[in-house]
Design a protein around this ligand. Structure first.
Ligand code: PLP
Length: 421
């Protein structure tokens, strides 16, 4: 008897049969539960914006939107995605260090809550656009304090993001000279994959303090502060779940103190990975199972071309995402396997020496907690395999939310030129 993995009652084999593999499956129940359990713990005065880049699928965005999340976007297509997902313009912000003129125009046309300006030069460009009433911006500060706990720091160091706090503090007259820009607040984002609640609280306090200091020094009314986020999902053996109760208590206290001083100020946290990471499973089918010099290899139909994060960039020792046999979900482990994909590079290793039940060709394997930074953060065009299908199971019904790339999708944009001989 094998007992296979199911998603809301659907056997994984049926989903794989219907939609093919490789496949991303998002469990809408998990997506909802993660959001709501954070929402009910956080002070209702803290708005949650979903950072679309973690999983920009329009239906995933729409689910979070339907639960009350706003959307934080960083490209023209993400902006259109937020609109199609039904986000109210006032619940959308646009950030990114290299915005194009077209993106800025689209933000102004839609009337987003704020453009998050990441350089003084960007502010000048916006000012030159002479928007009637002024373009609403938040200033992204690269704070003087160091971020804590982030696996990848985005602030508190030399970075292309935002403007250094001390530079901003010296920019009062420059900002005054911008007649067509309206500064409404401060944005700070310290980095990603934070798993210690205290570190999130530390960053929140630091950004709230920086915001107050900057508003006083620069003489603008603080109407919105985005305190960032960067909440992590544990992927590897030695990592522990973020303590959301502790986090909420600390953040709520900091926010309550802040709002006592500044009633009515909008407080935003922007979260990507934490909201979507848990709900996704990358499903591949074992094609060949073989032994090489004493190690067992499962060559699957998908690999790091769809799940680059599983490569584990930046660590010397390969650390594995949670990988399971979905076909023999409850069976005990038999031996360690290397799970590899179809690419012709030795780096195409999804998991190294992971203990699994026996794997036979045709079995389904799953990389869990993979709802964030999956296909769209992976080299899906490598070897022209293209991107996998994505399925969202919502209220018991599986929906294809992105169809698999076809040969035409991949070749249709290329031109075969006439070559004389
Ligand atoms: C990527 C990014 C996010 C989302 O980060 P997560 O760690 O996925 O929550 C939020 N804000 C900014 C500025 C980002 O660059």
């Amino acid at each position: 008897m094998t007992s296979e993995y199911t998603v809301q009652g659907h056997p994984i084999s049926a989903l794989a049969e219907e939609f093919g593999t490789p496949l991303y499956v998002y469990d809408g129940d998990v997506l909802r539960d993660v959001y709501l359990s954070l929402r009910e713990r956080l002070d209702p005065r803290v708005d949650i914006l979903y950072s679309a880049k973690a999983n920009p699928n329009v239906s995933v965005c729409a689910v979070l939107r339907s639960l009350g999340a706003g959307i934080e976007v960083s490209s023209l297509v993400e902006l259109v995605t937020a609109k199609q997902a039904g986000a109210a313009p006032d619940d959308v912000i646009f950030l990114g260090p290299g915005k194009s003129l077209d993106e800025l125009i689209a933000c102004l046309e839609l009337g987003v809550h704020a453009i998050v300006a990441e350089s003084l030069e960007e502010l000048e460009l916006l000012n030159d656009m002479r928007v009637p009433g002024g373009a609403r911006v938040m200033l992204r500060v690269n704070p003087s304090f160091e971020s804590k706990g982030a696996r990848l720091a985005m602030g508190g160091k030399p970075r292309q993001f935002g403007v250094d706090q001390d530079v901003l503090l010296r920019s009062r007259s420059f900002l005054r000279s911008l007649r067509h820009v309206e500064v409404i607040g401060i944005h700070g984002y310290m980095g990603t994959r934070i798993l210690d609640a205290e570190d999130v609280v530390h960053n929140t306090r630091g950004i709230l303090a920086a915001a107050e200091e900057l508003s006083a020094a620069l003489g603008f009314e603080l109407r919105t502060v985005d305190v960032g986020g960067g909440l992590g999902v544990p992927y590897f053996d030695n990592e522990k779940d973020l303590d959301v109760d502790l986090l909420a208590t600390g953040v709520n206290t900091a926010v309550a103190e802040f709002l006592d001083r500044r009633p009515g100020c909008r407080v935003i946290t922007e979260l990507g990975r934490y909201l979507v990471g848990w709900c996704g499973t990358y499903v591949v089918r074992a094609r060949y199972v073989k032994e090489s010099m004493g190690e067992w290899f499962v060559v699957a139909d998908g690999g790091t071309n769809h799940h680059m994060a599983a490569v584990g960039i930046g660590s010397f020792v390969k650390r594995n995402f949670p990988v399971r046999s979905l076909t023999r979900y409850t069976e005990p482990a038999l031996r360690p396997y290397n799970i590899t994909g179809p690419l012709c590079t030795p780096n195409d290793v999804v998991a190294k020496q992971v203990a699994l039940p026996e794997v036979r060709p045709g079995d389904l394997l799953g990389v869990e907690r993979s709802g964030a930074y999956g296909p769209t953060a992976s080299p899906g065009l490598f070897l022209s395999h293209g991107f996998p299908a994505e399925v969202l199971v919502l209220d018991g019904t599986p929906h294809l939310v992105r169809r698999r790339d076809t040969v035409d999708d991949l070749l249709g944009k290329q031109e075969l030129i006439a070559i004389g001989d």
